[in-house]
Design a protein around this ligand. Structure first.
Ligand SMILES: [Zn+2]
Length: 120
């Protein structure tokens, strides 16, 4: 059910944009979802289809980009991909590393097309 509430909040954001840009026709919503965000992409896609079915947003596609988890070492500044929750710096073996990415859930963009004949 978590994914369904995420889908609902994405749709809320799209509807807000739609009110601001009545001349635009939305084609796709781009999402950036971190691989450790805990979001199940299949469930999210399914929830999205369920809430947009038979609405004006039915043809709006979700385009999901998975963001890998990365950490940065505070000792040597090395940035590295985290595998299997192993946070040790591969360069200097320090454990003092901080998370850079991988838990985000962002709307990256909304792809729109101006309706034909719309006034500028
Ligand atoms: Zn290091």
């Amino acid at each position: 059910m978590h994914e369904l509430s995420i889908a609902t909040s994405i749709l809320d954001a799209v509807e807000r944009e739609g009110k601001l840009h009545p001349e635009a026709s939305f084609k796709a919503v781009g999402l950036r979802i971190g691989e450790v965000s805990g979001v199940d992409i299949d469930s999210l896609t399914f929830g999205w289809e369920a809430i947009t079915k038979d609405t004006e947003w039915e043809s709006l596609k979700l385009v999901i980009e998975s963001v890998p988890r990365k950490n940065r070492c505070t000792q040597c500044g090395n940035e590295f991909a985290v595998r299997d929750y192993e946070i040790e710096c591969p360069a200097c073996h320090s454990l003092a590393t901080v998370n850079l990415s991988g838990d985000e859930l962002d709307i990256a963009y909304i792809e729109a097309e101006e309706l034909e004949g719309a006034e500028a």
